[in-house]
Design a protein around this ligand. Structure first.
Ligand code: PEP
Length: 249
């Protein structure tokens, strides 16, 4: 049985006080599923959130990090700094980082290496643009994103990697991939992984879906055999909606 995961990406929303309020509400929620629940507040709230989450069973993730260990990189945050405030997971390759900060290929591969070297779990995001899907390139695009960011890793490193397929046309748009489209792509991703690393790695690796998951579509999406949970943006900012999504798995 693969680990099921539901992670909330809070993006550039909520200051420290608001983040703590949301954590408080989440701690009062009744999670009935056995999924691993993770939240990803912004950097300024991580330390306080880390303390607030102690003993709650909810994991803490950063939304990004720099690939270097330390140095003259004004405004950046390192894996060592994240470790220091109790962060054990990092989201890398999110489409907003790819689009607005031009993160791709070798840079993401370097970030993955640094995070894994520090013993962190990586939630690696990738997915095609609408134009890629409309021109039938979506499988090729996803395969190259996986190759460029992850296929240099040794087999053993995969125990700390979670994949998150996020079709860019579905993120924050209210348009979600149909459960069948999600399953089709997740099965393709698992097959691609099996071809590169063998079935054991492929069968063990959780593949999340992200893109306008809401309480009313989560059950159907999560019912698909290769969908192991979700990366949730907008709906993760509301404790009731997020809990409903967690409980949908
Ligand atoms: C995301 O940011 O990863 C995401 C899936 O956002 P949303 O759920 O709002 O589409």
């Amino acid at each position: 049985m693969r680990t099921k995961i539901v992670a909330g990406n809070w993006k550039m929303n909520l200051n420290q006080r608001e983040s703590l309020e949301l954590i408080d509400a989440l701690k009062k929620s009744k999670f009935t599923s056995s999924a691993q629940v993770i939240v990803a507040p912004n950097f300024t709230a991580l330390s306080a959130c880390s303390e607030a989450l102690q003993g709650s069973g909810i994991g803490l993730s950063a939304q990004n990090m720099h690939q270097s260990e330390s140095g003259a990189f004004t405004g950046e945050v390192s894996a060592h700094m994240l470790e220091g405030v109790g962060v054990s997971t990092v989201i890398l390759g999110h489409s907003e980082r790819r689009e607005y900060f031009r993160e791709a290929g070798a840079l993401l591969a370097a970030k993955v290496d640094t995070a894994l070297k520090h013993g962190m779990q990586v939630i690696f995001c990738f997915g095609e643009l609408l134009a890629d899907r409309e021109s039938g390139q979506h499988f090729d695009v996803v395969k190259s994103q996986l190759k460029e960011g992850l296929f240099h890793l040794p087999e053993d490193a995969w125990k700390n990697v979670v994949l998150s397929y996020e079709p860019v046309w579905a993120i924050g748009t209210g348009k979600t991939a149909s459960p069948e489209q999600a399953q089709e792509m997740h099965a393709f991703i698992r097959k691609t992984l099996a071809n590169a690393y063998g079935t054991e790695v492929a069968e063990r690796c959780p593949i999340l879906y992200g893109g306008s998951v809401k309480p009313d579509n989560a059950v159907l999406i999560f019912s698909k055999p290769d969908v192991d949970g979700g990366l949730i943006g907008g709906a993760a900012l509301d404790a009731i909606d997020f809990s409903a999504i967690v409980n949908a798995i």
